[in-house]
Write a protein that binds this ligand. Structure first.
Ligand code: SF4
Length: 139
């Protein structure tokens, strides 16, 4: 992940999160904690310092509270930039996302599966009516 992308797009800068996200974080702190823990459990120690990894994980977890695609709420220019960030900091998670699921969907699905909560309506994604909600273009 080019560090210039990381910083130019404001990731890691928690001083200016969207007001709606700040408000939601006050009541959904457990959710932020869970997503951050998931990310950090898959962090690559070679990617950067532990503090930097925690900052990135916190930012991504907070951005998950937004209403838009995750790459949009992270103020990236495209989903490709978010995927690059994920590859750099959390390659073990990228390896699990073999079907290239939308990142926010993928992260929350990981949490549900970890808790053995299966909220999906179909036995497999391939036959699910919500397939396009979880996969496909994010534009
Ligand atoms: S496509 Fe359907 S089955 Fe697959 S993760 Fe999404 S909701 Fe669940």
């Amino acid at each position: 992940m080019p560090q210039e992308v990381l910083h130019a797009r404001g990731i890691g800068d928690l001083s200016r999160p969207a007001a709606a996200i700040v408000a939601r974080a006050e009541t959904r702190g457990d959710e932020v904690d869970d997503v951050r823990s998931l990310l950090l459990a898959h962090a690559d120690a070679q990617a950067g310092s532990a503090d930097a990894a925690r900052s990135v994980a916190t930012t991504v977890a907070l951005a998950c509270l937004g209403d838009n695609h995750l790459w949009q709420d992270l103020q990236f220019a495209s989903r490709a930039e978010l995927s690059a960030l994920m590859r750099h900091w959390f390659p073990a998670l990228v390896a699990k996302n073999v079907a290239d699921m939308k990142w926010k969907k993928f992260l929350y699905k990981q949490l549900c599966e970890r808790e053995q909560i299966f909220i999906c309506k179909a036995p497999t994604c391939a036959v699910c009516a919500d397939y396009r909600v979880c996969f496909g273009p994010e534009e």
